[in-house]
Each structure stands twice: as C-alpha cells, then as structure tokens.
Design a protein around this ligand. Structure first.
Ligand SMILES: NC(=O)c1ccc[n+]([C@@H]2O[C@H](COP(=O)([O-])OP(=O)(O)OC[C@H]3O[C@@H](n4cnc5c(N)ncnc54)[C@H](OP(=O)(O)O)[C@@H]3O)[C@@H](O)[C@H]2O)c1
Length: 262
C-alpha cells in the first residue's frame, strides 16, 4: 500500500515549506487546504522537482461536513497515511468581545477541532498498524496566555497539552507524536490575522518558513517531543517557565496590543 504524509495548510507558509522539506526526503504527499490553485501548483512543482507523488484535496477544515467527507474518502481508499502534519491554523487578534464570532469559531474549528479529529482518525489507524507519526503545529504562544489574542493563545495551549498527552498514550502503540512551537515566522499569517509584525523583538526572532520546516523535519527524525526552532525562541521558552506568570502575561499582552495597534 503506498504511503503518504498528509499535511494540512500546505497551500502556503509553513505548511508549504514542510511539504517541500518532506518531498526532498522522498516522501509522497497528500496536501490539504482551501486554495485549489495554490495546491495544484505546489503539487505540480514538488512532483517535478523531487519525483514523489503529490496529491491534494481541497477541504475547508472549519466545515465539519467537508472534513467528514475527506476522512470517509481516505478510509475507503488504498492510501496509507504514515505521517500526519496538522499545520493549518489562523490567529484572530484584537479585543475578544469585539471580534466577529464567525471568525473566532473558524479559528477554534481549524486550530482545535479539525486537528483533534484528524489525530483521532489517523491515530486509531496508526495504532492498529503499530506505527506512524503525528506532528501538530502549536506556537511559542502556547506556553502562556496572551491578552488581545486570548483565544489564539488558548487554542495553541490546547494543541501543546493535547499533543504531549497523546504522545504518552500512543507511545506503547508505536505511534510517535511531536508538537512544533515556533516563534514568529515570516509568512502571510500575521497579515491575515490583522497582526502587525513591527516590534523589534518579533522581527529579530522571526525565522523563515523554510528554516522552521528544516528544524521540524530533523527533530521529527529524532522523535523530539516539543520542537522550538531558533535559539532566541528556546531561550524565551525557558524564561516563560522561570519568570513569574503575571510578568510573562503582562509582557505578552503588551506585545499583542502593540501588534494590534500597528
Ligand atoms: N507565522 C507565524 O508567526 C506563526 C508562529 C507560530 C505558529 N504559527 C502556526 O503555523 C501554522 C501555519 O501558519 P503560517 O504562518 O504558515 O500561516 P499561513 O501562510 O497563513 O498558512 C496557513 C495555512 O492554513 C490553511 N488554512 C487556514 N484556514 C483553513 C481552513 N479553514 N481550512 C483549511 N486550511 C486552512 C491555509 O490554507 P488556505 O487558505 O488555502 O485554506 C494555509 O495553507 C499555523 O497553525 C499557525 O498558527 C505561525
């Protein structure tokens, strides 16, 4: 049975860079996102450059029925998913009570529900086969609350905690689970969420999607539990654990407010 890495959010940014890094290593891919044209051109390019099979499926992960359809199709098919990369995500910025509910719901559907559902479906499948790997994309923001992006931070805290728990549950079944916690990445993510990337600390720590993907793919090969790319981000991650929580929360709120105002 042919094996594939399923990557959500592969039409742009980090998901696209992860797709390229995995194709470079000879992996067949199944790419998932909403933007058909982008997926088509990524699939075509990666197939030509790396000689791997690259399939794609258009699916809005905030629509449970579309996700059910995708899962049903994959259950019936002959393709084996031996690596699941849950990268798709969005970040809503601004005062929580002033946000459009539809947008907040979309964020939770994609960042939390779709990711959990995909882990449930493919985790079962992998456990039955006695092997497989899952990479969930959280963020450095997962380590602490962040006013003015409260629901985004909370969604990524869920991804971090869920992934760590699932790792322990599935270890004895031969399924490896890792969680990627990047700091700022130079992608369109911030523009889409109305977040300005104009404060100095953010710019200094920002990595390219390709840099983050390379670190992630290498760490996956070592079955690393929590992956934080970049020494500045690792240092910051450590300081979140050592500094008083009120201070971390206050600094995060200040940064998010500045980004919002920018
Ligand atoms: N950029 C950063 O600073 C940063 C930092 C830490 C963590 N992250 C995380 O990294 C991940 C990737 O973000 P990025 O920076 O690469 O941003 P991006 O360029 O905006 O990519 C987001 C991806 O998610 C997909 N997506 C969004 N909503 C979707 C939906 N409803 N259904 C299906 N796919 C959907 C998008 O595809 P379509 O629009 O084609 O559907 C796109 O491929 C996210 O989980 C994000 O939270 C980003």
């Amino acid at each position: 049975m042919p094996r594939y890495a399923l990557i959500t959010g592969a039409s742009s940014g980090l998901g696209l860079a992860l797709a390229e890094a995995l194709a470079r290593r000879g992996r067949n891919l199944l790419l998932v996102a909403r933007a058909r044209t982008a997926l088509e051109s990524v699939a075509c390019e990666l197939t030509q450059r790396f000689g791997v099979e690259v399939l794609f499926r258009v699916c809005d992960l905030s629509e449970p029925l579309q996700l059910s359809g995708l899962l049903h199709e994959l259950e019936q098919g002959e393709r084996q998913i031996d690596l699941l990369v849950n990268d798709a995500g969005l970040g809503v910025s601004g005062p929580f009570i002033e946000q459009d509910w539809g947008r907040l719901q979309e964020q939770i559907e994609v960042n939390v529900l779709a990711l959990t559902r995909l882990c449930h479906a493919f985790g079962q499948n992998m456990a039955e086969r006695g092997g497989g790997q899952i990479l969930n994309v959280a963020a450095l923001d997962a380590f602490h609350p962040g006013a003015w992006m409260s629901s985004y931070h909370a969604s990524k805290a869920y991804v971090l905690n869920f992934s760590e728990g699932l790792r322990d549950e599935l270890k004895s079944r031969g399924v490896k689970v890792s969680v990627l916690c990047p700091g700022p990445i130079r992608t369109a993510f911030r523009d889409k969420g109305g977040i300005a990337a104009n404060d100095l600390s953010t710019c200094k720590r920002a990595l390219s999607a390709e840099e983050v993907a390379l670190v992630a793919v290498r760490a996956l090969e070592k079955n690393q539990a929590i992956i934080v790319p970049g020494w500045r981000n690792r240092l910051l991650g450590l300081s979140f654990r050592l500094a008083p929580r009120w201070l971390v929360n206050r600094l995060a709120a200040r940064r998010n407010r500045l980004a919002m105002a920018g």
